[in-house]
Design a protein around this ligand. Structure first.
Ligand code: FPP
Ligand code: MG
Length: 329
């Protein structure tokens, strides 16, 4: 991997941490504490890393000697902060809806401060993201607004479930695209816009972001079943009666026991049924099928990179596709 790219991304992400702490500060000490609670508890920072990387597309290794201009570096950091704050704001809300108890290895905000505070802190963080995106210009604001709309639509569609006559798998795919891939696509596009990519290149980058975003959420949903992830509640989707990819694949089976298992999840499991169903699913062939489908989608995402300038940052995006596939291995 290019040393220049690694160093620039690492520098950017350090600065992003400082700015996130600043964005989480409020006149009221309680709000500062509650806003920092999940925001600063760690997290993969996948979206900011994607912005930081795509912002270097097209520039070869030319930054190695000179670095980025302060103005450009400022814009990259701002864009990183916008996507991470938007993501964290959505998590404050999501944990209320999921009645989650843990997030990023700490008590979730709803568990610690109650639902009302958790929702309002999410709103505060989203407001802080809006203040930062305003500095980037109207094109960025417009993209942020349409992304917010997709996040909300995805979450509502997930909560309602498929409409009558709607195929549950297509419904699930749409939910995943809207609630997760939309913001990952935006992260890639923010970087590409700062890099000054052409419109056709931005179109390809947007498609890449959307696709890798789908892979990311499908992998997350699979991991929710297959492993006891540190820092999060395992089996959350099952507890909520949300069929994700492996469960939806049960519908293709000829075995009535599989169809019954699917029906049980959708009807809703009692909390004491969840561990048994988790164990049953973990040894079921649908896990391998889901895994193979996720890997194939990561390959489709990789193919979209061909339209982008051949440079060290693009090589890094290839590595991201490998990582997305190995997360579920
Ligand atoms: C996590 O999904 C949740 C999301 C990816 C988006 C949720 C979106 C909203 C609540 C609406 C947007 C709101 C704001 C303020 C921007 P998950 O429950 O599958 O993931 P998890 O396992 O990490 O909880
Ligand atoms: Mg959740």
């Amino acid at each position: 991997m290019s040393v220049a790219v690694t160093m620039l991304v690492a520098q950017t992400l350090d600065e992003v941490e400082r700015c996130l702490a600043e964005a989480a500060r409020a006149p009221a000490p309680f709000l500062t504490e509650a806003a920092g609670h999940v925001t600063l508890a760690g997290g993969k920072r996948f979206r900011p890393a994607l912005v930081a990387l795509t912002a270097l597309l097209g520039d070869g290794d030319g930054f190695a000697g000179t670095g980025l201009s302060p103005e450009r570096q400022r814009r990259i950091v701002d864009a990183c902060v916008v996507v991470e704050l938007t993501h964290v704001a959505s998590l404050y809300h999501d944990d209320v809806m999921d009645e989650a108890t843990m997030r990023r290895g700490v008590a979730s905000a709803n568990a610690r401060y109650g639902n009302t505070v958790a929702i309002l802190v999410g709103d505060f963080l989203f407001a802080q993201a809006s203040a930062v995106v305003a500095r980037l210009g109207t094109e960025f604001v417009a993209l942020q607004a349409s992304t917010f709309a997709r996040l909300v639509q995805g979450q509502i569609a997930e909560t309602r479930g498929p409409e009558s006559g709607e195929d549950p798998l297509s419904h699930y795919r749409q939910v995943v695209a809207d609630k997760t891939a939309s913001l990952i696509r935006t992260s890639a596009l923010f970087g590409g816009m700062i890099a000054g990519l052409s419109q056709p290149q931005l179109t390809a980058l947007g498609r890449f972001g959307e696709q890798i975003g789908v892979v990311f959420q499908l992998a997350d949903d699979l991991i929710d079943i297959t492993s006891d992830v540190a820092g999060k509640d395992a089996g959350t989707d099952l507890r909520e009666g949300l069929p994700t990819l492996p469960v939806l694949l049960l519908r293709d089976s000829d075995d009535p026991a599989d169809l019954e298992l699917y029906a049980r999840v959708v009807r809703g499991l009692s909390p004491d049924e969840v561990p048994g169903v988790l164990t049953q699913l973990r040894t079921h062939p649908v896990i391998d099928t889901a895994r193979a489908q996720i890997k194939a989608l990561a390959e489709t995402a990789r193919a979209k990179l061909e339209a982008l300038p051949d440079c060290p940052a693009r090589t890094e995006l290839h590595r991201l596709c490998d990582e997305a596939a190995t997360r579920v291995s």
